[in-house]
Design a protein around this ligand. Structure first.
Ligand code: ZN
Length: 130
């Protein structure tokens, strides 16, 4: 998670700036005021949604690969005349592939992580400004 020390957030950069207005890099992107609780909530919800999509895609990819691996395992098992427990093999193969996929493609959060002290400073600044 990007750690925040400044109050105005650009979701595109996943970075914070000291001055309100538009992002210096993304001219069309208005910066979000992290002192506003609703803004932080929306950013967290968007991040949760992105994480769920990330995990669903990994599961989908793993399921397809697991199918191929399983077919291979059973062809070999059949050839060697080994008796195999289908369910156990399925769990081991898909569990192993999933763990591997998660470590190779971990989800990187883009939601701002705000230290409670920093957040208290933002909120104090906001109260003074209003
Ligand atoms: Zn930006």
């Amino acid at each position: 998670m990007p750690i925040v020390t400044q109050r105005y957030w650009c979701p595109e950069c996943a970075a914070a700036y000291s001055q309100p207005g538009n992002c210096p890099t993304h001219r069309d992107e208005p910066l979000q005021d992290l002192a506003v609780p609703e803004v932080r909530l929306i950013l967290e919800e968007q991040d949760d949604g992105a994480k769920q999509r990330h995990v669903s895609i990994l599961i989908g990819v793993v399921a397809v690969i697991a199918l191929f691996v399983m077919s291979g395992v059973f062809i070999v098992a059949d050839y060697l005349d080994v008796d195999m427990n289908l369910i156990v093999v399925l769990f081991v193969v898909s569990g192993g592939l999933y763990a591997g996929a998660m470590s190779m493609f971990p989800y990187r959060s883009r939601a701002p992580e705000i230290d409670p002290e920093v957040l208290a400073r933002f909120e104090a600044e906001r109260e003074q400004g209003e």
